[in-house]
Ligand binder design. Sequence first.
Ligand code: PLP
Length: 841
Amino acid sequence: MTETGAPPAISEPSREPDAIRPLPPPPALPEEVDGDVMRAAILAKLTYAVGKNPEVASKRDWFLATTLAVRDRIVERWMSSTRKTYESKRKRVYYLSLEFLIGRLLIDALMETGLTEPVREALAGLGVDLDELRKIEPDAALGNGGLGRLAACFMESMATLQVAAHGYGIRYDHGLFRQAIKDGWQREYPENWLTFGNPWEFERPEVDYSVGFGGTVDTIEVSEDETRHVWKPEETVDAIAFDTPVTGWRAAHVNTLRLWSARAPDALRLDAFNQGDHVGALAARVRLEAISKVLYPSDATPAGLELRLRQEYFFVAASLQDIIRRHKQHHGDLRTLPDKVAVQLNDTHPTIAIVEMMRILLDQEEFGWDDAWDITTAVFSYTNHTLLPEALESWPVPLMERLLPRHMQIIYLINALHLELVRSRGEHDGGMLSALSLIDESHGRRVRMGHLAFIGSHKINGVSALHSDLVKRTVFNHLDRFYPDRIVNKTNGITFRRWLFEANPGLTKLLVDCCGAQVMDDPNALARFEHYADDAGVVDRFQTIRRAKKVELAKIIRQRLEVTVSPDAMFDVQIKRIHEYKRQLLNILEIVALYDAIRANPGGNWVPRVKIFAGKAAASYHQAKLIIKLANDVARLVNRDPAVRGLLKVVFLPNYNVSLAEAIIPAADLSEQISTAGMEASGTGNMKLALNGSLTIGTLDGANVEIRDHVGDDNIFIFGLTTDEVDARRRKGIDMADVIAASPMLEEVLDALGSGVFSPGEPGRFGDLVNTLKYHDYFMVAADFDAYYATQRLVDARWHDRAAWWRSAIINTARMGFFSSDRAIAEYATDIWNVPIVAKP
Ligand SMILES: *Cc1c(COP(=O)(O)O)cnc(C)c1O
């Protein structure tokens, strides 16, 4: 990256290692910390904070003591970061997200602070193994998948680049459900990450804002032509802050993740209680506090839940009160808000913030409409994450009117002015005006949150080059005509600290040896690794590192599934939410075809493969849950068939989460990124796997397109219909009789599934799935099958050529620098937030 922090061009990744500038030396830790210092600190925490002595301390006690000792070091940096931001009076970024998929923090914190070795040594001296403690920590899973994980990666990169940032979200008592597999079916169990407390967070009972719902709006005539509105909510709930420090690389800067928890203003209705109505006295409280009880249990499926709207407004209203209080305290006048505050909306979930800001400026701060609107649009920007129609949020007008009456009035006003502008630019077509309106009149009356986010923001971004282009051509095509230059692209990224340094220390060491220590600070230094693509010694080390990770994963597979897999087989992985558009089904069909082909030709030159799946289906998503069952049914038959022993194994690892991802990714040889073209906004799993040297088999979808641009056609396996071809085929019809008739192999696979070969106890189990593929194949599974099967055979051929395989693997790792979330954040900072980057990526 250049001195100005500008990102490299997408089409021409920097591959010239000698152009990499030297970085300043890393900042020193606050004081010299060695094993002895940490040992004393951990023992002190064990005694005085946990209240145990070493003789009786459990692993959890040691985990707590260690975390608290490490946290102290971070808090010192946190305080000084906060002070510096305050003194410099610089602009702050507020990242509003209903999801943060964080994972574990102990190893992360140790690595960021450089304390891993001192702490490992300290614990060893106390007879405790750091790797054992690691497993004690529950994953913080306050998110469903990619969107929430992006928020977590961005928080880390903002701290690393020393952007003064705050994340705002909800402290759910229960995060994403725990998935178990029973008889091949997904079962959901509540997740209890807070059962043993959360040592990373600081409760701030004094940071307590009141959030209203319902009630009425009074209109007061201030003068002849001026009225004021006063919202009188029917009920209120308190938002209590819980802060977690977010440490950047080398702990140079520490930001805050502030999560809100709902509390009833009156803990107990004492009058009712004293009259003997013990349950009734608590009922109101339970209802209000339900707001922060559980993560919205859906992944891009509709569920018109009032509670969800309450969640959205709850965290937005608390966050804006906090932002405005801080601004007034530091800068006084709200007119300077756009100079000091940038608010990023992660998807439409926090969009009501735009209306809440208007309400505050108009009703409380007594701004005129135009000034309020200028301030608001200058402050907000919005990231779009999906084009799926069912995932584009909209709220029924009657619900909005009941829950947020004043906001609904403001939305009508925003809409009136918006449509006036549209008309003034010559648009009078009724159909066009209703397409542009904030109110969707076609499905009952609903508020279109995507439109609202667009109109109230100065920048709207998609998350990969292809997706941003589609945002412009599809969902926001009409709006783009009237508000040109708002849509920009910000291709997603991942933090290399977690997904390389932490997940794969062996590979990290190899990279330091090959690329120099600078690779730890500058993702572009990875490019030097390419010089070693044909170096037998380096290839050998890379293979040894991968094999060790595969042995570890094989052990996890044996322990959890009682299936034995060989670390010498190709580990072919598809790990992500289970969704029809992600097409786990296509992968399973290929397994069935391969299974038949191997049995038909046992002497063939087959590549031994382990097909690894992991991922959760939304609890209400029947089709996705059936796909999980199919994967498990196929696995059961294949894994016990001696005819394919040593050649094919299928495993579905339950309860996919960040920690499981960290175990699977460094062990993966092949990365499955096979979504229907045009449907995956970006993907970040694809980046994590390629960074760790997996080769990708994928469609031209999301960020796969840019991964191909970087690694080159020879080092990735691209197949299938393009976005335009998918569109064309859908227009022609999604009955696939022609495709199936032309593919005897596919026909045979569908017959096997449909006739109950994999479900002998219930032959009709997969009948609907098969019929969908035959007659209503919206996701183009049948249409892409032959191309996918053929491309998998090219993968086989590459695998047989060991030197060629590893050459591609090294090139994949070497060319992933662009996909660092540091690059993404630098782009947001420069192009959207207009904030300086203190540390350059
Ligand atoms: C990265 C990640 C995702 C996103 O994966 P995609 O393949 O991009 O859909 C989802 N869940 C977890 C736990 C992740 O780490």
